[in-house]
Design a protein around this ligand. Sequence first.
Ligand code: ZN
Length: 257
Amino acid sequence: MKKLLIFGIIAVLLASIGVVMAKSVVAPPKFVSYQPPESQLTKTVFIRYAPGREPATCGNGVCEPREKKTCPSDCTNNGEEPPETTCFGFLVGSKPRLNWLEDYYYSDSSLLGPSSLAVSIWEYPVLDDIFGDGIQGTYSWGSYDYVNSISFGDYDDTGMCPTADPCVIAVTAIWSRGKNIYEYDIMFDTDFFPGGKEVAYDLETVTLHEFGHAAGLDDIYDETCSNNVMYGYYTIPKTTLGSGDITGITTLYGESP
Ligand SMILES: [Zn+2]
């Protein structure tokens, strides 16, 4: 009888452990329970330019490549960031990051591979998952609709480029406040993607960089950092993180044991 009782207790214990384990694998909520109104958020837009086609127009409100040190009126966050020689930086001094596992929606099936690769590369050195799952669905870039979106589209670069040629290859918009990122939208410009339209750039490389922004990392323009994914200029296909990238992402999300 005693044995039966002990067996019963063990069975109940095992069952409850099973319940706990089953609970821990339940998918996290898809969206943040509370999304502040857009008026309370800061919208940051990162623009990726084709190599050799980067503009530099001080005073247009856009922090463009090569303006980081020369145009404080456009690059207002400059003073808050660590020196660029550390090869990593954050959106703003408060280091906003993704604090909820939110899924992202890709508009075209060709974007799933590069997106999930980027997610796995950024998550490898950190303690927890950063991003949710990729789900097919079309949402517009640049509008605050509580949906993280990955899409192709034509960013209007009229008057931005140094020549008549298109110059924007990708753009990422991020809505943040304090320590939280509430939404990110990534768009690959149809002047360059899908591959080989204007000049062929590696979609996996560009996707990895844009997801770095989505996670809360800034562009780095110091040439000594050029082997990092978050280096602001497209150089060569690059699908491994540099030491600055790893320090940046683990500063935000913790280090993998
Ligand atoms: Zn960038």
